[in-house]
Design a protein around this ligand. Structure first.
Ligand SMILES: Nc1ncnc2c1ncn2[C@@H]1O[C@H](COP(=O)(O)OP(=O)(O)OP(=O)(O)O)[C@@H](O)[C@H]1O
Ligand SMILES: [Mg+2]
Length: 492
């Protein structure tokens, strides 16, 4: 791209050296810099890009964007000094990639729990109604069901524009994005022209990062204010009306709000819900009338997720509620989210991703309607992360008849100290602490009796365990399956 065109909308404080005529790529990781590229020095939490500009130049970068004057050979390179290089990178990368989000329908889903589930449901609803979609989130980038991993639920500002561009070039009209609070506060979503933004819920998590629930809630509100103020466009916010943040988020945007709820009056409401061991049925009250919904997804929280997804796709305006309601029954359980182990054994085993206090509460209460014997809950939490939530997780886990406390990615922390923190929240004595996650899962199955329900929570479909800074192969589902085979003497 022509350099002068690229930097035209940038507010430049100082400029040094000779600008090359063209730029072929943009980077903020010096290891990826290449000839004829622009390198933006970003100040991160752990790394400062200003320490790496010489490496970027060595790899061929010809323009450096930085927040201060840096020493370099100005006969060979150009230096652009700006006030805020993260904002500059948002402006430059949006321009470089041709503002792809403006040409697509972009869905953003935020909230403490349910983002992966709701984005996956939106994807399925659209695909099954003949739309091309791409998705980005916890499980990586999903283009046409081809998945490539990503480091974060919400990627950095440059990767986001690149990904949107790639999807747009492939003719994909709908981009669905999981939006994390970290992504919002760090400006990783700047430059994305969202069309439909959806809120699931807000409960305790990440307080090591956001300090208070108010701060956490305000951060999430950025997604709604970022819908903008240009009323010549048609944009919609989809909000959970049972949540106390509903009114605040409603007031953040001038655009139409579509509400969903179980307990309040709302545009999309579920009534007459019946929970089965492997299905859920309910009646959907919608702006287009009443529909019967049958789904393989389990638990009340998934009724919320289905309402959120139907309302979001309906908000787009191209699909009738009748079509969407019909499609729901063909959608499979989301991997690792209350996913039932499909084996003929006298116990029921579910793999779930619950790793926040609220998710644990929801996960356990979702099996109560069909509980015959005990509920055994395997709870695990990570090391070097939000220690405040540990006892509260155990307190919520106490709703189960028997609890096994274990770890989930201990990182550099001593597993026993993680378990000790959790133990403080236990409300009854029916529990044990097993630091090794594999052993904990095997023990849950070992002690089970016919009619018991086991929920193995925290890891979902992830296939690794992080110990120190290394990832080791680990799969809850495989361990559970193997142990069930050994205990109940069957083969698959
Ligand atoms: N709407 C909901 N309300 C409360 N809990 C939920 C909801 N949806 C899912 N959960 C619980 O949270 C777990 C994680 O769900 P999901 O992966 O969809 O959330 P997420 O918001 O994407 O999480 P993350 O922030 O880790 O990406 C599920 O396994 C389930 O236990
Ligand atoms: Mg997620």
């Amino acid at each position: 791209m022509n350099t002068y065109e690229l930097i035209a909308s940038l507010k430049i404080k100082e400029i040094y050296g000779k600008l090359p005529e063209k730029i072929e790529s943009i980077h903020h990781d010096s290891r990826q810099s290449e000839p004829n590229s622009l390198f933006a020095c970003l100040r991160g939490f752990t790394v400062d890009g200003h320490d790496y500009y010489l490496e970027a130049i060595k790899n061929g970068a010809s323009i450096i964007v930085a927040e201060e004057k840096l020493e370099m050979d100005l006969n060979e390179n150009a230096l652009i000094v700006v006030k805020d290089s993260q904002k500059a990178l948002a402006i430059l990368s949006s321009k470089f990639y041709g503002y792809p989000s403006q040409h697509m329908t972009v869905f953003g889903v935020t909230g403490t729990n349910g983002k992966t589930t709701v984005t996956t449901l939106i994807k399925n609803l659209l695909q099954k109604n003949n739309c091309e979609v791409a998705l980005s989130g916890t499980n990586g980038f999903d283009f046409d069901n081809e998945i490539s991993p990503s480091n974060n639920t919400t990627c950095d500002v440059l990767t986001n524009q690149k990904m949107l561009h790639k999807a747009y070039k492939q003719g994909i009209e709908n981009m669905i994005m999981e939006v994390s609070s970290h992504g919002l506060i760090q400006g990783r979503l700047w430059g994305i022209d969202f069309d439909i933004v959806t809120f699931t819920n807000l409960t305790q998590d990440h307080l090591d990062f956001h300090n208070t629930m108010d701060q956490y809630g305000n951060t999430k509100s950025l997604l709604f204010s970022q819908l903008g103020n240009d009323l010549s466009q048609q944009k919609v916010a989809v909000l959970n009306k049972d949540e106390s943040w509903y009114e605040a988020y409603n007031s953040m945007t001038p655009f139409e709000v579509i509400s969903y709820a179980l307990y309040s009056e709302a545009d999309f409401k579920a009534v007459d819900i019946t929970y089965y061991e492997d299905e859920t049925h309910f009646t959907l009250l919608s702006p287009e009338g009443k529909y019967f919904i049958q789904t393989k997804l389990l638990g009340e929280f998934n009724v919320y997720n289905i309402l959120a997804a139907i309302a979001s796709v309906y908000a787009n305006g191209d699909h009738s509620v009748a079509d969407l309601a019909r499609t729901v029954k063909d959608i499979e359980q989301v991997n690792g989210r209350m996913q039932k182990l499909e084996v003929e054994v006298p116990i029921s085993v579910y793999i779930d991703y619950a790793h926040t206090p609220d998710a644990i509460e929801k996960s356990i209460s979702s099996v109560f309607p069909f509980k015959q014997n005990r509920v055994i809950f395997v709870a695990g939490t990570g090391g070097d992360r939000d220690a405040l939530k540990r006892p509260i997780m155990a307190e919520k886990a106490s709703a189960a008849d028997y609890v096994i406390l274990t770890v989930n990615d201990p990182r550099f922390e001593d597993p026993s100290s993680i378990l000790y923190d959790m133990e403080k929240g236990m409300r009854h004595d029916n529990y044990e602490m097993i630091p090794d996650r594999k052993e904990a899962i095997m023990q849950a199955i070992d002690i089970s009796e016919p009619g018991d329900i086991i929920i193995i929570a925290g890891k979902g479909q992830e296939d690794y365990q992080i110990i120190e800074d290394k990832k080791y192969p680990h799969n809850d589902m495989e361990i559970a399956l193997e142990k069930c085979m050994a205990k109940f003497h069957f083969k698959v």
